[in-house]
Ligand binder design. Structure first.
Ligand SMILES: [Zn+2]
Length: 267
C-alpha cells in the first residue's frame, strides 16, 4: 500500500464494523469470544492479491466456528463477542508487534497484499480492527465486574484437519497456559464423553508470544479461562455446528455447576 492509501481511513462507510456482539444481556458466567469469526476484507484492500479459493480456506478464518459460537451463546445464554475481518488482514489473537500479526505468508501461501506493508498501513489495521475488538472485550469485562457478574473467558477457535501435510487426530482441544481451574475440568468432561480424541494443549498451546485474547483478557485480569479448538471437518455443515454447540453447552453447564459448588464463581 502506498502512503496516500495508508493515510486514508481503512474502513469506509461500505465496510461493516469489526465487532459484533450476540446476546449481550446474557447472564451466563461464560463470556465467549471469537477472534477468527469472519473472513471479510475491507474494500480498500481488495482481495489482498489472493484468489477466492485461498480466501475461503482456513488461512483466512476459523471455518465452522461462527455457527458453533452463535448457537452456544444461545444455549448458555452467554454474551458472545466476535471479530468479522479475516485474520489475513490482521490476526486478532496475535500480539500486534509480532510478524504473524499481519502475515506475509500463511501455511504455504504468500499474501501479496501484506508484503512490504508500511508501518503506517499496519498501524491503521490495528487501530481500526484489532484495537476496537480488544477494547470492547475489556469494556465488557469491566462492566460485568461492576455489576458483580462473574466472568469465565472461553475463546472459541477451529483448526484445519491437515496442516502442512500432517493429519491431526484430535476432534477437539483445550488451550491454556496459566489457569489451573477451568482447563482440567474441561479436559476431564471432554474425555468422559468417550467418543472423542481430546487434545491437551493440542494442536496449539497458549503462550504470550503466540496469543493475545487469553493472556491479556483472561490471565492478566485473573479470570478463569480456556481456549477451545474444534476440528473443522466436524463443523463443516449446520448439523455439525449444532451438534457441537449442544455438546459444549451441556459440558460447560456441568462445569458451571462444579465451579459454583466450589464457590469459584464470584465476581
Ligand atoms: Zn482461531
Amino acid at each position: 500500500m502506498n502512503d496516500a492509501a495508508a493515510t486514508s481511513l481503512l474502513l469506509r462507510p461500505e465496510d461493516v464494523p469489526p465487532v459484533r456482539e450476540f446476546n449481550a444481556a446474557g447472564r451466563s458466567p461464560f463470556l465467549l469470544t471469537c477472534d477468527h469469526y469472519g473472513r471479510l476484507i475491507p474494500h480498500g484492500l481488495g482481495d489482498l492479491g489472493l484468489p477466492e479459493s485461498e480466501l475461503t480456506r482456513h488461512i483466512a478464518w476459523d471455518i465452522g466456528i461462527a455457527g458453533v459460537a452463535e448457537a452456544l451463546s444461545k444455549h448458555l445464554n452467554a454474551h458472545l463477542i466476535v471479530q468479522r475481518y479475516s485474520r489475513l488482514v490482521i490476526d486478532c489473537n496475535r500480539p500486534p508487534d509480532v510478524a504473524s500479526s499481519i502475515p506475509r505468508i500463511s501455511e504455504a501461501t504468500t499474501i501479496p497484499g501484506n508484503e512490504g506493508i508500511s508501518r503506517k498501513a499496519a498501524l491503521l489495521r490495528r487501530a481500526q480492527i484489532f484495537d476496537p475488538y480488544h477494547r470492547r472485550i475489556g469494556e465488557i469485562i469491566d462492566q460485568r465486574g461492576s455489576a458483580a457478574m462473574p466472568t469465565v473467558l472461553v475463546s472459541l477457535h477451529s483448526f484445519t484437519p491437515v496442516y502442512a501435510g500432517i493429519a491431526r487426530p484430535w476432534h477437539i482441544g483445550t488451550l491454556y497456559n496459566r489457569d489451573t481451574h477451568l482447563p482440567p475440568l474441561l479436559l476431564q468432561l471432554l474425555r468422559a464423553e468417550g467418543d472423542l480424541v481430546v487434545g491437551d494443549n493440542e494442536p496449539y498451546a497458549v503462550s504470550d508470544d503466540t496469543d493475545y485474547t487469553i493472556p491479556v483478557h483472561g490471565e492478566a485480569r485473573g479470570l478463569m479461562n480456556t481456549g477451545i479448538e474444534i476440528r473443522q471437518d466436524l463443523i463443516s455443515d449446520q448439523a455439525g455446528e449444532i451438534a457441537w454447540a449442544e455438546r459444549l453447552a451441556r459440558i460447560l453447564g456441568e462445569i458451571e455447576t462444579m465451579l459454583r459448588s466450589q464457590q469459584l464463581l464470584s465476581a
